[in-house]
Design a protein around this ligand. Structure first.
Ligand SMILES: O=C(O)CCC(=O)C(=O)O
Ligand SMILES: [Fe+2]
Length: 329
């Protein structure tokens, strides 16, 4: 499905010259020693043959901790003038991760990501969508492929990178091995649980792996996150999609401080000056925000504060200093 894959020699050459703006210093901080020795041509081969590549504990504990901190700092902040995320029923999403996490920026623009993208997709590739997300028990994701635009099925070669920000023992990513080779013959993206169970049960690969583990897969492959019923369950992950249609994307919002060098490839990858008209996923409103215990507490504190402030404003001025003294303000 990939457009003109490069040969192993070309890939090695591309990776050798790739560190144009990131460099080994960044990769050494991002990746574990075992992962640093991964050969990019092997990743590309596995993507071609099986449709996926997986590596347990690819990112360092420090890199994961830093991304998690940056992505969750404003999780319950309402009306705070910082980049923040959204709740979509049983999921939390922070789409603008490139605006808050330098560590994630370094990963997304690393020689590794550029080497795999170029090796698999050819010299035209663009970041299409990205997110830090938390999935809670009770969320149901059906089997699907990701070769679609914001509206419909599409024939666009692409790959997805997912890494785990929590240990994933349950609710893991699952992929139907080899399905990237035939799903493109169908003109739809969604598959029922019964269809997969009846026809492909033995090809389903499950990726239960620790925090920091990485999976890369072909967007034509059929996959899902295994559903979990336990309402207390939480899985934390980062997802980003790279494909070979460079004139379309979700809007990509980057903190300019992170961009240490802007070469042509980084500029193409981030979509500088190119249309970004896809709707941001997921589409949410205030109504998709669940009123759980945490949100009740946030709203409760807000109501108490505003109501008592309103009441205080109505007191005679002579009484205000006494009240201030009584409440210690
Ligand atoms: O989180 C996962 O395991 C899969 C995510 C996915 O398939 C998607 O967001 O399209
Ligand atoms: Fe998907």
């Amino acid at each position: 499905m990939a457009s003109v894959p490069l040969s192993a020699v070309e890939i090695q050459e591309a990776t050798r010259i790739a560190p144009a703006h990131a460099n080994d210093r960044f990769e050494n901080a991002l990746f574990t020693r075992e992962f640093l020795s991964v050969d990019i041509s092997q990743v590309v081969d596995e993507l071609n043959q099986k449709g996926y590549f997986a590596f347990p504990s690819a990112l360092t504990a420090e890199a994961i901790a830093s991304i998690e901190r940056d992505a969750t700092e404003t999780k319950h902040a309402l009306n705070v003038n910082k980049v923040s995320g959204v709740f979509s029923e049983r999921q939390y999403y922070l789409t603008n991760l490139l605006a808050v996490s330098k560590t994630f920026y370094d990963f997304a623009t690393s020689p590794f990501v550029f080497g795999v993208s170029e090796g698999y997709l050819g010299d035209q590739f663009r970041l299409k969508a990205l997110r830090y997300y938390e999935t809670y028990g009770g969320h149901h994701m059906q089997w699907h492929t990701d070769n679609k635009t914001d509206r419909e099925f599409a024939q666009i070669p692409g790959i997805i990178f997912i890494f785990y920000v929590s240990d994933v023992e349950d609710g893991e990513f699952q992929y139907v091995e080899g399905s990237h080779l035939w799903s493109g013959e169908k003109a739809y993206s969604d598959y029922t649980d019964e269809f997969i169970a009846d026809n492909f049960a033995s090809s389903v690969k499950s990726f239960r792996m620790p925090r920091g583990s990485l999976v890369i897969y072909n967007t034509y492959g059929i996959h899902r996150a295994r559903p979990v019923a336990d309402k207390n369950f939480v899985r934390k992950s980062v997802f980003f999609q790279v494909d070979s249609e460079i004139e379309k994307s979700e809007p990509i919002i980057v903190n300019t401080e992170f961009v240490s060098r802007l070469d042509d490839r980084t500029s193409m990858f981030l979509g500088f000056g190119r249309p970004s008209n896809y709707d941001v996923f997921p589409d949410t409103t205030l109504h998709s925000l669940p009123l759980d215990r945490t949100m009740l507490s946030v709203m409760g504190k807000y109501l108490c504060f505003r109501l008592s402030r309103g009441a205080f404003a109505r007191f005679p001025s002579s009484l205000k200093p006494v009240i201030r003294k009584l409440i210690g303000k």
